[in-house]
Design a protein around this ligand. Structure first.
Ligand code: UD2
Ligand code: MN
Length: 286
């Protein structure tokens, strides 16, 4: 298999599909845990288009991918993640766009609304095939963990996390980084909107897929490896005291709580050099 010949600057030849195994992977790597602002980062990636979109020049990826990062008040994590994630996705020949979906509504953080709003708002930009829901503090450390969707079901990308000594925590773990095809996320009615605060929303999302008989897949412990940036608990992200009661009603609630009922508005949509920044506002009482 011949490696793509380095084209002339600016040359583009996406006539051939990207190879199943990207040619320039390095496997396990030690992430540079240095912080870089998006402006500094943009200077290193002239190939990234406005809004944080990159696509390979020398081959045609099988799908278009949106990375949705639920976000509030974690810029130190974001500035550590992007310098690792962007070069890795380029090595993997992914056609990707990064969306930072920030809750501007004050009060308790609601990750599910950020995912639903991120999904709906990004689809206004392009018809992405694959959505990767990505904690801001999870730094990938093995680029064989290909950021591709699997048509047969949602995939859990982060079974092995430094916080848990890269060991399996509990079998049902679905937190951290997960992928859904556009169709599958719609099919499960997205994420629940009713979890305000820490806990159980990831288990609820897992069971939404299981309830609709989707096959749940998981990366193996060798490549699904991440370093979690150590962090203390955030303001506005206390343990949700109702999480277990809410979790118990997940099945009956699924078809009336999600993409089809989410109420929000975008306080801003800004196309920055290495990501699109969406501000999501909502009224907790609606
Ligand atoms: C676990 C899960 C996480 C989530 C949480 C339970 C893993 C690896 N991660 O991590 O996905 O299910 O348990 O709720 O299993 N965030 C902000 N600002 C905030 C609060 C949250 O940006 O004020 C975002 C951010 O992307 C963060 C994510 O929400 O990474 C999850 O929050 P966390 O990192 O505090 O959750 P954690 O580490 O307990
Ligand atoms: Mn975390």
């Amino acid at each position: 298999k011949s490696l793509p010949v380095a084209g002339q600057k600016g040359q583009q030849n996406t006539s051939s599909p990207c190879p199943d195994t990207p040619p320039f992977l390095v496997g396990r790597f030690a992430p540079p845990m240095t912080m870089m602002t998006p402006q500094e980062l943009a200077a290193f990636f002239p190939d990234m288009a406005e809004g944080g979109h990159y696509k390979p020049r020398m081959c045609r990826p099988a799908e278009k991918t949106a990375i949705l990062i639920p976000y509030r008040n974690r810029c130190s994590h974001l500035y550590i993640l992007l310098p690792v994630l962007i070069p890795m996705l380029m090595r993997q020949n992914i056609d990707f766009t990064i969306y930072v979906v920030e809750q501007t509504a004050n009060g308790t953080f609601n990750k599910g609304i950020m995912f639903n709003a991120g999904y709906l708002e990004s689809l206004k930009v392009d018809n992405y095939d694959c959505f990767i829901l990505h904690d801001v503090d999870l730094i990938p450390i093995d680029d064989r963990n290909l950021y591709r969707c699997n048509k047969s079901g949602p995939v859990h990308f982060s079974p092995a996390v430094s916080k848990f000594n890269y060991k399996e925590t509990y079998h049902g773990l679905f937190g951290g980084v997960v992928s859904f095809t556009r169709e599958h996320f719609k099919f499960i009615n997205g994420a629940s909107n009713v979890y305000f605060g820490w806990g159980a929303e990831d288990d609820d999302l897992r069971d939404r897929a299981a309830n609709k008989n989707l096959t749940l897949l998981r990366k193996n412990m060798r490549v699904g490896v991440y370093d979690m940036v150590a962090h203390s608990p955030d303001k506005g992200w206390d343990r949700n005291p109702d999480r277990l009661k809410t979790f118990a009603t997940r099945k009956d609630r699924q078809d009336v709580d999600g993409l089809n009922t989410v109420i929000y508005n975008t306080s801003f949509v800004r196309k920055l050099p290495v990501y699109t920044w969406i501000g999501v506002d909502f009224d907790k009482d609606t």
